[in-house]
Design a protein around this ligand. Sequence first.
Ligand code: LHQ
Length: 260
Amino acid sequence: MPTSIGFEVANGVATLTLNRPDRLNALTTAMTGEILDAIKTCGRDESVRCLVITGAGRGFCAGQDLEELQSVQGAWSVGDHLRHGFNQVVLGLRQLEKPVLGAINGVAAGAGLGIALAADLRIASDKARFSAAFIGIGLAPDTGVSWLLHQLAGPARAFELLATGAVVDAAAAERMGLVNQVVPAAEFESTVMSLAQRLAQGPTRGIGLTKRVLNRVAVLDLAAALEYEAQVQDIAIRTSDHAEGLAAFLAKRPPAFQGK
Ligand code: LHQ
C-alpha cells in the first residue's frame, strides 16, 4: 500500500495525490517509487483514460525532500538518484500514452516544478506558485526543468527563472506559458474534474499517439516531422475510435469513444 501518495481510479480518471502535506509534498526516495508504480499502473490498466496529478494540502510539491538530502550526504550518487527516480517519473508521464493533467493546487518547486511541467497540460489554482528553486541551494536544474522551461517559456525566461529561483504566481506563470488555465481556488476541483472527465471520454489512442508525435517532433526538422506524422497517422486510422468518430460525424451524432 502506498503511504506517501493517494491513488484512486473512478470513471476512467486516475487521481494521483502527492501526500506529505506537512512537507509541502516534498519527494522522498520511497515516495518517488510509489509515484513510479502508480504511473506504471496507469499504463497497464485499460480502464484508466486520464491521469490527474495533484497535491494534498496547500502545496503541489516542494521538490526533493531536503531533510532526506541532508541525511544521505556523501552516501548517494545524486546522478543515479535522478536517473532511477525523478528522471523516470518525467519520462513515465511524457511517455504514458494517455492524457496527464497537472492540477497545480499550490506551490511547485524544484523537482516538483519538473513533475508539474511534465504533465501534458496544467490547470493552476490562483493559490499556486512556481519556482525553479534549485539555485536557492546552489544547484543546477534537474528533473527536466531546464528542457521543459526552455520549451514552454523560451530561453530567456528559462534562464531568468533558473538563475534567480524567483517564485512566480499563477497569473505570471500563465503569461509565461507554464500553465494552460488559472482558476479561483473555490472552482479549482470542479474545473479539474470536468476537464479530466472530458479527456477520459476522448479517443484515448488518438490522444496517446498525439503525445507520441509531439515528443518526437521536438527533436526533428520539418521534413522529418511530416514523415513521422504520416507514419503515426497510419496507426491512428486503424483505431476503433477513429471509425466511431468518422461514423458519428457522418451520422450527425456525438461520438461514443471507447479508448480503443
Ligand atoms: C520542506 C521542503 C523540502 C523538506 C518545504 N524538503 N521540507 C536536487 C538535488 C539532489 C537530489 C535530487 O533532487 C534535486 C531536485 C530538487 O528538487 S532541488 C530543490 C528542492 N526544493 C527546494 O529547494 C524548495 C525548498 N522550499 C522552499 O523554498 C519553500 O518551502 C517554498 C517556496 C516551496 C514554499 O514556501 P512557504 O510557502 O513559505 O512554505 P515553508 O517554507 O514554510 O514550508 C512549509 C514546511 O514545509 C516547512 O516545514 P515547517 O516544519 O517549518 O512547517 C518547510 O521546511 C517544509 N518544506 N520544502 N523541499
